[in-house]
Design a protein around this ligand. Sequence first.
Ligand SMILES: C[S@@+](CC[C@H](N)C(=O)[O-])C[C@H]1O[C@@H](n2cnc3c(N)ncnc32)[C@H](O)[C@@H]1O
Length: 285
Amino acid sequence: MKAVIDEVVAKPYFQQKHCTRWKQNVVQKDESFQRKSILRQGKANFITGESDLTPDQTALLYCRHYLQMHLMSSRYLFDVYADSQFGREFPLNPDQITMIDFGCGPMTSGLALAWHYQERHNTKLAMNYFGIDHAPAMLKLAKNFSQNNQLFSQNSNFHFLTECDNSKVLIKYIKSVENQHQKYPVFLNFSYLFASDSLDQCQLVNIINNTLEYFNKRSFIILFQNPPLPYLNQKWFDFKKQLAYKFDAIQGEIKLPYYEYQFLEQNRSEIMKPRINLYYEIISI
Ligand SMILES: C[S@@+](CC[C@H](N)C(=O)[O-])C[C@H]1O[C@@H](n2cnc3c(N)ncnc32)[C@H](O)[C@@H]1O
């Protein structure tokens, strides 16, 4: 994972050092300012960019502060899934994983799934991955990650889109990569999306309900994660109330310790970071 981060994030990050607005807005500010005032704790506008930074620069700064943290919590979620009753019923199958990642950012959860898979099964993952994010700058990073052949097998299939306002897009994608009788679930992933001010959870739940209705014989697994703060998760609770299908759920809250690779430092060591405050739900439909 370090080599992948070096290639996709560290390299373009270092190239910014010649840019005056990067120097003024990032280099000359402390880390806390970068997280709170520029990235607004992850809620930055990655379409327009923040604090005079371009969208690409804002997305890179996001990766600097949040990519490894979210990679770790997503990785944790896949571990929980694999060891749960859901994972025993539907083990992650290397050739039949379809994941639709809403608000995918730089493809954090796709990377985490590949990482989980490689460590547990000692082989590269082949997956059908559909990343949706309204910010082209994020999708650019996601595409760069998807091209890394250290993580994904050549049989993987990647599809990216800035907009998904109806279920037809999802249905068409799932049909194009799978056959109708597939018995493995489709994963719908929502990682740190539901605090977004621009998210219309009513529209989203309609899209999901219509997709579930179309594939009414198929299983779906929904993965949700966010900090355990009620005001950030209100849209998620609304979304769940409007799901038209019965489901089983696993939920948990944990303070997750993790190490972070210091790709900006000369010695490029790993340091222990404060614990990630995580609330998660895994829903099986
Ligand atoms: C906090 S980041 C999370 C990124 C990634 N899922 C992760 O775990 O690192 C939220 C992402 O959702 C995207 N986003 C926010 N609101 C959105 C919306 N209404 N539609 C599509 N994408 C959205 C943002 O552009 C951003 O990339």
